[in-house]
Ligand binder design. Sequence first.
Ligand SMILES: CC(C)(COP(=O)(O)OP(=O)(O)OC[C@H]1O[C@@H](n2cnc3c(N)ncnc32)[C@H](O)[C@@H]1OP(=O)(O)O)[C@@H](O)C(=O)NCCC(=O)NCCS
Length: 198
Amino acid sequence: MDNSMIQQGWHASHALAVASLYENAFGHKFKAAIPSKAQRIHLLAESFDPDFSFVVIANEKIVGIAGYQTAQGSLTGGITLKRLWRVLGFWRGTWAALVLSLFERKPDPKELIMDGIVVDPACRGLGLGSELLSHIITYARENQYQKVRLDVIDSNPRARKLYDEKGFLPVRTDRFPALKWLVGFSGSTTMVYEIQAS
Ligand SMILES: CC(C)(COP(=O)(O)OP(=O)(O)OC[C@H]1O[C@@H](n2cnc3c(N)ncnc32)[C@H](O)[C@@H]1OP(=O)(O)O)[C@@H](O)C(=O)NCCC(=O)NCCS
C-alpha cells in the first residue's frame, strides 16, 4: 500500500479505533468471557499498552496492528482481575478472568510472543500483514530476542499461510474440541521463528 507507514505504538486518540479493529478480528475468542461486544471494546481500549505493538497508518487511520508480549509486558497485559471487576462487576469479572486465563502465555526472557495481528478487512491481501510481521521479526532481532512464538488456530488457513511463508515452523499442535464452546475454536498450532545470530 503506497500511502501507508508503520510505527511503534499509537496516540491515545486512536485507542477506541484500535480496540474495535482488534475486537472485530478476535471478539469470537472472548465471547464466552465477555458476552457484550461494547464491553469488550471498552475493556480493550482502556487496557491496551501501545508500547507493545506496531501499527500501520494510512490516511491518518490505523488499518493494521501487531501486538506482542515479552518478559517486560504485553499489548493486552492491562486486562487485570481488578479492571475486569471494575468494568464487569465481581461475578462476571471473575468468570471472564478464568476464561481469559486459558489464553495466558508466559514468555522466556529471550522470547517474543505475538499478541494478535490484524489488518482492516478492507485492506487485506495488500501485503500489510506481511510487513507488520517483518517489523516484529526485525524488532526481535534488534533487541536480542532468540525467537518469536505465536499460536494460530486450526480454522485460520490465511494466517497460517502468512506464518509459513515468513519462515515460522510448527512446533506443537493442541486439540481441545470439548472447549470449543468456551474459547471459540477447537485446536491450535504453536509456531516459532528462530532468529539466527548475525
Ligand atoms: C492474517 C492477516 C493479518 C493477514 O493480513 P494481510 O494484510 O491480508 O496479509 P498479506 O496481504 O500481507 O498477505 C500475506 C500472506 O497471507 C496469505 N494471504 C493473503 N490473502 C489471502 C487470501 N485471500 N487467501 C489465502 N491466503 C491469503 C498469503 O500467503 C499472503 O502471501 P502472498 O501474498 O505472498 O501470497 C489478516 O487476514 C487478518 O487480519 N485476519 C484476521 C485476524 C487474524 O486472523 N489474525 C491472525 C491470528 S493468528
